[in-house]
Design a protein around this ligand. Structure first.
Ligand SMILES: Nc1ncnc2c1ncn2[C@@H]1O[C@H](COP(=O)(O)OP(=O)(O)OP(=O)(O)O)[C@@H](O)[C@H]1O
Ligand SMILES: [Mg+2]
Length: 158
């Protein structure tokens, strides 16, 4: 069961920093965020902007295409934040996740961002202190390619 927290529309990349700020202020860490959205809807771009609010150099944040996860050290209120960026696009079998080992990413203060994580929602929910979902819907009409609706919700139970 998910509960919607807020929904915003953006018309350009310039707005994304402000939206990332709203999200960063809203979520309670430790947490996991599952990012949903079609190919090229802007999942990695939003994760990069979120990383910025936790003092991670956003130039370093790139999609972990050939690895399952990239990890970064950020800061939250003077303590260390383990910021992990997963891309599960090619992962089909839950055992590939568990073998990482998965529990390594849920220690201390963490923020785990999962692209293509919805298929493993029960496992992510089980391991996480809190689980959020960010849904990005892009309008692909030629004249307004930059339109996005970004929705934040929290998974209450599963
Ligand atoms: N809010 C936005 N407004 C306009 N353009 C955006 C926005 N977010 C991302 N983009 C652009 O869309 C393109 C794809 O972005 P990105 O790589 O973040 O998508 P993705 O969802 O991570 O893709 P994939 O499914 O391949 O992982 C980039 O060129 C990026 O600059
Ligand atoms: Mg991506």
């Amino acid at each position: 069961m998910t509960k919607s927290i807020f929904q915003v529309k953006t018309y350009s990349l310039k707005n994304l920093k402000r939206i990332a700020y709203l999200i960063a202020e809203e979520i309670k860490i430790p947490a996991s965020i599952i990012l949903e959205g079609d190919l090229a809807s802007g999942k990695t771009t939003l994760i990069r902007e979120l990383a910025y609010f936790f003092k991670i150099d956003k130039m370093k944040v790139d999609s972990p295409t050939f690895t399952i996860v990239n990890n970064y050290y950020g800061r939250i209120k003077h303590t260390r934040l383990n910021f992990n960026h997963f891309d599960l696009y090619r992962i089909e079998d839950i055992h590939q996740l568990i073998a990482l080992p998965f529990d390594y990413f849920f220690k201390g203060k963490y923020l785990n961002c999962f692209e293509w994580g919805k298929k493993f929602l029960p496992t992510i929910f089980e391991y996480s202190e809190r689980t959020y979902i960010i849904n990005i819907a892009a309008d692909n009409f030629r004249e307004n390619e930059e339109f996005r609706t970004i929705k934040l919700s929290v998974v209450e139970k599963f």
